[in-house]
Design a protein. Sequence first.
Length: 81
Amino acid sequence: MKTREEIIAEVNSLLAEEFEIEESEIVPDANLKETLNLDSINLVDLVALVQTTFKITIPVEELKTIQTFTDLYNYIEQQQA
């Protein structure tokens, strides 16, 4: 199981690379969709990337509650527990 710090570092690195932004643009309370310029197709890519990397499942109902990077970190951390 990864620590919260490891989750944050890995998520930020993955997303910065996948969505071609600087890691410095990823701040905990920033909106995921706005920061990463996500449309529905990119959102599917994001979910697939996170699910594959962390070996978790994010149901559509749960995805609606994940608005910020902190929400995403929290979700991953809870699913690993």
